[in-house]
Design a protein around this ligand. Structure first.
Ligand code: ADP
Ligand code: MG
Length: 208
């Protein structure tokens, strides 16, 4: 990902981001850090194509997503990006497996083999088989966040954008989530941009 002089203003012209330039290297875990209110979530939502910069350039995997139509951007996100937020990533009354399957259904990879792939992904984030059929609302917050990562990976994205994915978790669950991300980064070369707020976690897990 590469972005130059990105600006983002609210509808009334209030500037939120001004002239932000940077890049995120492929195959690495990069962290984004800054004080509350500094614009981290805004930047991640621009990079995810969930909102559109007021000015500036933004290239992801060689495509200029700032100039895409909403529909092209949605398709691009579905094909290339996995997005995880601090919370509310899952539909509470669906099982862990069905939450992951739902993401497969909405994406472009189609349903064939999705069930097996969803179960495999849940295993990769260390969610025990006994919990695959349990409603998301009956899982711990840490387990839910691991399901959210599996869900974000179901379309085989090249890049994961995660906005404070461990902020609601206790240290043990935060470790499990970050271990999962690191493992998938190593095995699949998943590029990760993650907003964290503890330096220790960053030192332990991030390359940049
Ligand atoms: P961070 O994630 O670093 O805490 P945010 O990107 O959420 O920061 O927000 C950056 C700034 O923009 C904050 O001051 C926030 O209040 C403001 N902001 C973001 N989106 C909106 C919005 N839709 N309406 C009003 N203010 C907003
Ligand atoms: Mg934020």
């Amino acid at each position: 990902l590469s972005f130059q002089d990105l600006c983002y203003e609210l509808g009334d012209g209030t500037p939120i981001l001004s002239d932000v330039t940077g890049k995120v290297e492929a195959d690495k875990i990069t962290m984004l850090m800054g004080p509350s209110g500094s614009g981290k979530s805004t930047l991640l939502s621009l990079l995810a194509g969930l909102s559109v910069p007021t000015a500036g350039g933004l290239q992801i995997l060689g495509d200029d997503i700032a100039n895409m139509s909403t529909r092209q951007r949605d398709r691009f996100r579905g094909a290339n990006l996995g997005v995880v937020f601090q919370q509310f990533n899952l539909i509470p009354y669906l099982s862990a497996l069905d939450n992951v399957l739902l993401a497969a259904r909405f994406g472009s990879a189609g349903m064939s083999g999705s069930r097996q792939r969803a179960a495999t992904l849940l295993e990769r984030v260390n969610l025990p088989l006994a919990l695959h059929q349990r409603a998301a609302s009956a899982l711990s917050i840490g387990q839910q966040q691991r399901v959210a990562i599996a869900k974000a990976l179901v379309q085989k994205p090249k890049i994961m954008l995660a906005d404070e994915p461990i902020a609601s978790l206790d240290p043990a669950n935060a470790t499990l989530v970050m271990d999962s991300l690191r493992q998938i980064n190593k095995e699949d070369g998943l590029t990760v941009l993650v907003n964290l707020h503890t330096l220790d976690t960053a030192r332990a897990y991030c390359d940049r």
